[in-house]
Design a binder for this molecule. Sequence first.
Ligand code: GDG
Length: 498
Amino acid sequence: MKRSKQRLIVVSNRLPYVFHREPNGKWKTQGGAGGLVTALTPVLRDRGGTWIGWPGTADDGPGLDEALRESSTKIGIELRGVKLDAVDVDNFYNGFCNEIIWPLFHDLQALCVFAPQYWRSYKEVNRRFAEVVVESCSKADFVWVHDYHLMNVASEARQLGCKVRMGFFLHIPFPPPDIFFKLPWRASLLQAMLRYDLIGFQTQRDRRNFIQCVRLIEEHVTVQGKGNVVTVTAGNYTTRVGNFPISIDYETFSKQASSPEIAARTEELYRLLPGRRLILGIDRLDYTKGIPHRLQSFRNALDRYPELREKISLIQVVVPSRVDIPQYYDLKVQIEQLVGEINGTFMRPGGWVPVWYVYGSLSRSDLLAYYRAAHIALVTPLKDGMNLVAKEYCACSIDESCALVLSEFAGAAAQLQRGALLVNPYDIEGVADAIYRAYTMGDEERRNRMSRLRRNVRDCDIFWWVDTYLQAAIDRDLSAYPQPEQPAPESTADYVPI
Ligand code: GDG
């Protein structure tokens, strides 16, 4: 397969490492373990290139540049920081990104705060990112910009005279026109996105929504081509638009989950929670993840199917996130109230606890042990770009005797619908029925479903994702790449809104 070796400039809101200053004035780095970092680090080392992003601190004290240089040398990738002060963090990150785009793109328009200063800050910060891109790249490079924080970077870079090829990938969903059009700056934002040479979405649904919005904003729009990447011409701009479902490092998850250390941790969990099936939910603290709805469904299952009592326990892990935003704090209180109510109603003193609630981040080995030990995973976001927890659970389910209950509104449903039990997360009784179905499912069906899911995730892993995107961006020919399982044609399947 022909591969071009263009240098790569990766741009994301945060650098793959977070920098912070210790009380003694020395800089420390943390992080570097996420899926994107794992996938892109070897590509950047191989092709050569730079990662541009915010170092994760508003502290611009002495020595930060030196710390960035030292880390660059250590990891073999040049890191370039874009500095954000506390006001930028408030208006750009907490404001435009997380109080406008995040809720709007997840169809939760009632949570949006459309403050004009947020938009001004977004443009200004995107301009700053663009300036660093322009300083860092030469004509032959390829610039790959990630996610909703940086939709304006290409447009800003073009205004600075930059002609280098630029691609964008949106990790979150793209909403349908009736929702997107609530955004006061909808035309500017769409026109800015059209300045990228390739726009990648997670699913066909997102791509379709984007093209529909473009058709409503621009007068002359043509869409050419078929398959995963099409060419869109709108007004004076031509861009290519595709869907590339992001994935995980399947081999590493699967191998690590099979290790004796994880097997021992799994046994320990079974000893702590003996004689029952474990149901797992793992989410960042976020209203899009549908945690309260899930807890209500779990309670409904215990109510309507009394035979499940003392036979199942839900382990719900909630990872702290965006704690500076008041809505996130309120959500935490709501979750903890529900956990208290369920345990208060059904718990047997000295015995069975229905919900094991963990508020905090798990170590990698605990995460793998929870995945491996769980008989059922409940992945029920109200809406999600992809949802990697679903894929990681499949990779770690090496015994294959387990079931995935998956929201039809997660991007992952497009690929995993034939193996998972798909649910509407708003349908409390429907999800409760799915829990019961997963619990009572015959072993053969469970294994068949899980082995199909695992094949699917293995064949289209994170390295496949990077390769297909770069191939589409740089070489254009995608014929040599396997395609992920797609939704069945609408005429023959139940309604799947992906
Ligand atoms: C955005 C989009 C899209 C979770 N708890 C712990 C932990 N995690 C890790 C998981 C997984 C990641 O966090 C969560 O990824 P998701 O995809 O589920 O969700 P978002 O953070 O919302 O990600 C999403 C994604 O971008 C990629 O494009 O799929 O739709 O919203 O990798 O393993 N890791 C550790 N301890 C934990 O307690 N170590």
